[in-house]
Unconditional design. Structure first.
Length: 401
C-alpha cells in the first residue's frame, strides 16, 4: 500500500515544476499567426527574455530543446574545422563539445572532472599559448546540471581578457537562467544559450540563443544555414522568420505567462534570492543527514554550487533506494546521478540529485526533503538528525523585505 496518492512533485533538474497559470495559458484555440494578438505578444516576449538574461543584445528563438540551442550557437559562429576550447565540469560542457564535433568542429576538451569548477588559471595558460589565435571560441556551462557545479563566469571572462585572446565567450545557461544570477552584458558573455523548461517554468520546446554585436561581427560563415541563422530570427522582416516557420503558438502563451510571473510580478532578483534560500535550506538538510557519513555534497564548496540543482553522493545503494522510495511510495521524483556512473552498475545507486529550480515554495521544498527523510527512516539508513529543522531554519531566516 503506497502513500503517494496526491499531487506528485518532479524534483529533477528540468523539466521543472510548471505553475498552473502557465499550463492554463496554453488551453485555448490556435490563434491567427499572420496578424493580431500573436504577433503583438511575441514582440513583448523578446524584451522580457533579454531582461532575464540581462542583455541589450539579440535573442533568437528556436523550436527545440537545449540541444537545439547548442547546435544553433555553433552553426551561427563557427565553420567546419574551426577550433574551440570546451571546459568540462560535468556532463553538459562535453555534451556541447560533442555537438560541435558532429558538426565538424575541432574540439579541444579541457577537463576539470566531475567535482570541481573550471580553473581560470589553466584557461589563461592555454589561451596565452595559442599565439596564432587558433581557438575561435571558449565554450562553458554556467551550471553543469550533472555535477551541480557552478562555474565562475566573470573569472573565466577575465582569464580570456588577461590572455588578450579574441575568442568568443559562449556560455550555456540552460540550467541557470532564472535560477541564479547571470549578467550577460556585464560579464562579457558573447553568446548565451538557454531553454524554457528549467528556470523559465515552461513546457520543454523552446530554446534561446542570445548574442551580442561582437558575436555577430565575428561571423565568417561559409555555409550559414537558412533554418538555423540567428539574424532573421532575432530581427525578422516578416513574422514567420522569427521561428523559421509556424510560430510555437501555445509555447509562446505559456512563456508569456511565465515571464509575467518572473519579470513583472516577482522580479528576477527576487527569483534569484528565492532560489538562494531554497538551495541553502536543501544543503543544510543534506549536511544534517550526512553527519553519519551516509551522504555528502558532490561539490564541497558552497560558493561553487548551483542554486538550482544539488548533486549528492551516498554510500552504496542509498541513492538508488531514496530515488525509488521517494518516487513510488511518496510521490516525489528525485534526479538520477547523471553522468556519475553507468546505469545498471552498482555505483549508479550511489548518487541522486535534487532539482530545486523554477516554481517552488516552502512547502514544496519541505515536502521533497520530508520524502527523503521518510525514505531514510523507512529503510533504517543511518542518518543525522534535524535535517528538516535545519532547512526550516534557513527558510525562516530568508530576507522577506
Ligand atoms: C538540460 C541541459 C541541457 C540540455 O537541454 P535539453 O533541453 O535536454 O536538450 C544542456 N545544458 C545544460 C546545462 C542543461 O542543464
Amino acid at each position: 500500500m503506497s502513500l503517494h496518492h496526491g499531487r506528485t512533485i518532479l524534483a529533477i533538474p528540468g523539466p521543472s515544476v510548471m505553475p498552473e497559470r502557465v499550463i492554463r495559458a496554453m488551453h485555448r484555440a490556435s490563434p491567427n499567426i499572420y496578424e493580431g494578438e500573436m504577433i503583438d505578444m511575441t514582440a513583448t516576449i523578446l524584451p522580457d527574455l533579454k531582461k532575464v538574461a540581462r542583455t541589450s543584445g539579440n535573442v533568437a528563438i528556436y523550436i527545440g530543446n537545449g540541444h537545439s540551442a547548442w547546435e544553433a550557437s555553433i552553426n551561427n559562429t563557427l565553420n567546419k574545422g574551426d577550433k574551440v576550447l570546451v571546459l568540462g565540469t560535468g556532463r553538459f560542457g562535453p555534451g556541447w563539445g560533442d555537438m560541435g564535433k558532429s558538426l565538424g568542429i575541432d574540439v579541444e576538451l579541457m577537463d576539470f572532472g566531475m567535482h570541481s569548477d573550471a580553473d581560470p588559471a589553466r584557461i589563461y595558460e592555454r589561451l596565452r599559448a595559442d599565439k596564432s589565435n587558433e581557438i575561435r571560441a571558449v565554450l562553458t556551462v554556467q551550471t553543469d546540471t550533472a555535477s551541480s557545479v557552478q562555474n565562475d563566469i566573470p573569472a573565466i571572462r577575465k582569464a580570456i581578457n588577461d590572455a588578450n585572446h579574441p575568442a568568443l565567450f559562449m556560455v550555456d545557461c540552460i540550467a541557470s537562467l532564472g535560477c541564479e544570477p547571470h549578467e550577460m552584458d556585464q560579464w562579457g558573455v558573447d553568446v548565451m544559450v538557454s531553454a524554457c523548461q528549467k528556470g523559465l517554468m515552461t513546457p520543454a520546446g523552446l530554446a534561446f540563443v542570445f548574442f551580442n554585436e561582437k558575436a555577430q561581427k565575428a561571423r565568417k560563415l561559409v555555409h550559414p544555414s537558412l533554418y538555423w541563422d540567428w539574424t532573421t530570427r532575432a530581427n525578422p522582416d516578416v513574422y514567420y522568420q522569427h521561428f523559421g516557420g509556424t510560430a510555437p503558438t501555445h509555447h509562446l502563451y505559456a512563456l508569456r505567462e511565465a515571464l509575467d510571473m518572473i519579470v513583472h510580478e516577482e522580479g528576477i532578483e527576487n527569483v534569484w534570492a528565492r532560489h538562494e534560500t531554497f538551495a541553502n535550506a536543501i544543503w543544510a538538510a543534506i549536511d544534517a543527514w550526512g553527519d553519519t557519513g551516509t551522504m555528502w555534497h558532490n561539490i564541497k564548496s558552497h560558493s561553487k554550487r548551483s542554486r538550482g540543482v544539488s548533486s549528492v553522493q551516498t554510500t552504496p545503494d542509498v541513492g538508488g533506494i531514496l530515488r525509488h522510495d521517494c518516487e513510488f511510495l511518496a510521490g516525489v521524483t528525485l534526479g538520477i546521478g547523471l553522468g556519475m556512473a553507468q546505469p545498471n552498475t552498482p555505483e549508479y545507486a550511489q548518487y541522486f540529485r535534487i532539482g530545486h529550480m523554477g516554481h517552488l515554495n516552502v512547502h514544496m521544498v519541505m515536502g521533497t526533503l520530508g520524502a527523503i527523510d521518510f525514505s531514510l527512516k523507512r529503510n533504517n539508513i543511518p542518518h543525522g538528525d534535524g535535517a528538516l529543522a535545519a532547512a526550516a531554519k534557513v527558510m525562516a531566516d530568508h530576507n522577506f523585505n
